[in-house]
Design a protein around this ligand. Structure first.
Ligand code: LLP
Length: 420
């Protein structure tokens, strides 16, 4: 990770020494690199050079306001999944016309809110939702721009919890029903059909599922347009993986899109407006979480390295058995053998582990960096065990700025009411 690298055995975030940030701001501490975010974005931008394309950052991956500002200022739109995320885009000054609204369970209130804000498109996930959205729009004397999320039924070969484009999960409409549902959408007074979309899953590291999905979607584009319904854009979703370890070797965004665009061109759709909804691939490797070793607890079967970050800060290992590299913040000048530890947090659950069987050369008081923590960490953080959420910093060159203050215990129970 070029933006989080060692200099003389000290881990740096861009040009700032991580241990100094931890000394100032405390731990657990998320540190993001603005340059890493922009360089991940640049790979997509290179891939789309000369094309009519809109990148809508899937902000669920990391919805901190300053992170949204980085992408808004780089001309990104946003893929949102709730009224709350829409308010975040507004708070960060994002362009509402470049907002698309995904999700299987939009409420009427959220539809109203998004219509009033003038978002670019609703990615509708069911026939029932089409009817409700049309009703809401008619009542507001508006027409809702819609695209329908189709389910290409390809296996993204990722974790079952984050694969979404297969039959038998709750997302999108079935490929074989799509044409009929498009015809229904086109007949509804409150809707204006503008596009088609799909999203097959997350942390995808292979090209083939994408190529297959593109073929399936383009088959539908042909059928829908043959039925007289014009589709102004194709939204190809997100899902491109990142390298959490040397075992994950996803393609670069520009290389992936070179292949996908070749397919679009070959089938005569090269001139269509393209949209994508990447989340993890824009921010995942642009963040780390610094944590302090509280205790070492040797045991007969396992040695535990107990750190001050936990599943409430870094939920991915507990939820998906996900792997995050864990490295020392200040590394010994001479390599030692190290000891094998399970790296665990203070939360009262056996599922509260961050890394298993990691070889570490550590003592209590040392700091560790949990890598690839820019996506789906802070945005999924909770207050379980009444742990305040961590602080966040955004680094740009030699400048580190606090973008989220550490939550206090009082923050965590704000809004709770005592009995009389
Ligand atoms: N578009 C839609 C409709 C989505 O559902 C998602 C993610 C994205 C775009 C962005 O996908 P990405 O480019 O980030 O893969 N919490 C899980 C990942 C859940 C993904 C949910 N949907 C994790 O930590 O691995």
């Amino acid at each position: 990770h070029p933006h989080f690298a060692y200099r003389d055995n000290a881990l740096f975030a861009e040009d700032v020494r991580a241990s100094e940030l931890a000394a100032t701001y405390g731990t657990p501490l998320f540190i993001y690199s603005k340059t890493a975010m922009l360089s991940a974005l640049a790979s997509y931008q290179r891939g789309f050079e000369g094309r009519d394309a809109q990148i809508c950052y899937a902000m669920k991956a990391n919805s901190s306001l300053a992170v949204l500002q980085v992408f808004a200022r780089a001309d990104c739109g946003f893929d949102i999944v709730s009224g709350g995320e829409l308010e975040r885009v507004q708070a960060a000054g994002g362009d509402l016309k470049k907002v698309i609204f995904s999700g299987v369970g939009k409420t009427r209130a959220e539809m109203c809110q998004a219509l009033a804000a003038g978002i670019g498109c609703f990615n509708v996930e069911s026939e029932a939702e089409l009817d409700v959205l049309s009703e809401v729009a008619v009542a507001m004397k508006l027409r809702a721009p819609v695209s329908i999320r189709v389910n290409p039924n390809v296996d993204p070969k990722t974790h079952p919890y984050i694969s979404t484009g297969l039959k038998g999960n709750k997302f999108g409409v079935a490929h074989e029903d799509a044409l009929r549902i498009y015809q229904h959408a086109a007949s509804l007074e409150g809707l204006k059909v503008v596009g088609i979309d799909c999203h097959i899953g997350s942390q995808i590291t292979e090209v083939t599922p994408y190529l297959d999905a593109m073929d399936r979607v383009l088959d539908l584009v042909a059928a829908i347009e043959a039925a007289g319904i014009a589709l102004a854009h194709i939204d190809f979703g997100g899902g491109l993986g990142i390298n959490y370890s040397a075992d994950d070797m996803p393609p670069e965004a520009d290389a992936l899109w070179r292949q996908l665009l070749a397919k679009l061109d070959a089938r005569g759709y090269g001139g269509k407006k393209l949209m994508i909804e990447p989340g993890r691939s824009l921010v995942g490797n642009a963040g780390i979480c610094i944590t302090e070793v509280l205790y070492l607890k040797p045991g007969e079967q396992k040695n535990f390295c107990i750190i001050d970050a936990a599943m409430n800060d870094l939920p991915r290992p507990a939820m998906y058995q996900a792997f995050h590299a864990i490295v020392p913040v200040e590394r010994a000048a001479t390599e030692t053998a190290g000891v094998i530890y399970d790296v665990v947090g203070p939360v009262c659950e056996s599922g509260d582990w961050i890394g298993r069987d990691r070889i570490l050369d550590v003592a209590a008081g040392d700091q560790l960096a949990v890598m690839s923590a820019g996506a789906y960490c802070m945005s999924m953080a909770s207050n379980y065990n009444t742990r305040g959420r961590a602080a966040e910093l955004l680094v740009d060159g030699d400048l580190a700025r606090l973008i989220r203050a550490r939550e206090t215990a009082a923050d965590t129970f704000r809004g709770e009411l005592l009995m009389p």
